[in-house]
Design a protein around this ligand. Structure first.
Ligand code: GTP
Ligand code: MG
Length: 305
């Protein structure tokens, strides 16, 4: 329980911007007011501003209106508790756990647009898995910039993991070697960092498909996870990115980075309602410790704390 409380506090700190903007305006909006159409309009607007998306905002508005009609709630002040319960219900028992290989290394491919937080997120996952006693290998498959390999190398040194990087410019070749190395060294986890690419750049998206195929040929059942990193500060565009990446590489889950950097944490709700992919991890800071598995209960508690 103490652990849970600490986690909520940590997430709450990461969500402080969202909370200030979202809960702050909700409270001033709702307190002392009658739940009428005007208030519901204002509420819907606030939810949209927090990046929950139009569809989610309308759904919540409808649910609130129904609760009011049914006399389950009467005044604005009761709406926050209602919202909390309602939003928690958005994530039933969907699968948010990491799929590990039965035998041999678990390969986790990490992709996303430029600067979304991929390399930092790879470091965070590496640290997390290492803390669980797993042997972790990193593959520096961002061959686009020399600095990218250097950046990942620095993380590997800080965390204390192996890293495989190539000399050429072909990311598929690096991944090919990294798979061999991971098997030879008896690694439990191989985390593949890739170059940033726009979801609209067809040739680069095909390159990603190729990387995925190389992994699949080298290690049966791999990649076990394909994580798309989304930058929480990019707002609704994240939804378009998720759709395009999902099509190219069968994304299995989302790593939502930079939740601490946005006042619009409602994007988590928009992703839930508009993209059929589980958010598996959230990034809430720039160090390798600033990562948590996404837990809706904790998330909503932290949002409304
Ligand atoms: N506040 C905050 N910053 C983050 C988080 N994750 C990453 N960043 C920052 O975002 C910036 C970009 O992070 P990178 O990990 O280099 O992003 P990338 O996707 O690998 O970038 P490219 O390889 O250039 O496409 C860095 O300044 C990171 O410190 C996060 O969860 N919170
Ligand atoms: Mg990078």
């Amino acid at each position: 329980m103490a652990f849970l409380k600490k986690t909520v506090e940590k997430i709450a700190a990461g969500l402080s911007r969202t909370r200030k903007m979202f809960i702050g305006s909700l409270k001033s909006l709702l307190s002392g007011r009658k739940l009428d159409d005007k208030l519901l309009d204002d509420l819907e607007e606030t939810l949209i501003q927090a990046d929950m998306g139009v569809a989610s905002a309308m759904r919540i508005r409808g649910d609130l209106q129904q609760a009011f009609t049914d006399k389950r709630i009467e005044a604005g002040d009761q709406a926050i508790e209602f919202l909390k319960d309602e939003i928690k219900k958005y994530w039933p028992e969907s699968d948010r756990s990491v799929h590990f290989a039965g035998e041999g290394p678990t390969v986790i491919l990490v992709a996303g647009i430029n600067g979304c937080g991929k390399t930092t997120s790879v470091a965070k996952l590496a640290y997390r898995f290492k803390s669980e006693g797993k042997k972790v290998c990193l593959a520096a498959a961002d061959t686009f910039r020399a600095a990218a390999v250097q950046q990942l190398t620095i993380w590997s040194e800080r965390i204390g993991t192996d890293i495989i990087s190539g000399s050429g410019s072909d990311p598929a070749a690096v991944v090919f070697d990294a798979c061999d190395a991971a098997v030879a060294r008896g690694a439990d986890i191989l985390l593949v960092d890739t170059a940033g690419r726009l979801h609209t750049q067809d040739n680069l998206m095909r390159e990603l498909t190729k990387i995925r195929d190389v992994v699949a040929r080298k290690i049966p059942g791999a990649p076990h996870e394909v994580l798309l990193v989304l930058d929480a500060t990019t707002g609704q565009n994240a939804i378009n990115q998720a759709k395009a990446f999902a099509e190219a590489i069968d994304v299995t889950g989302i790593f939502l980075a930079k939740l601490d950097g946005t006042a619009k944490g409602g994007i988590v709700v928009a992703i839930r309602n508009e993209v059929n992919l589980p958010v598996k991890f959230i990034g809430i800071g720039e160090t390798y410790e600033d990562v948590e598995p996404f837990d809706p209960e904790q998330f909503v508690e932290a949002l409304f704390t």
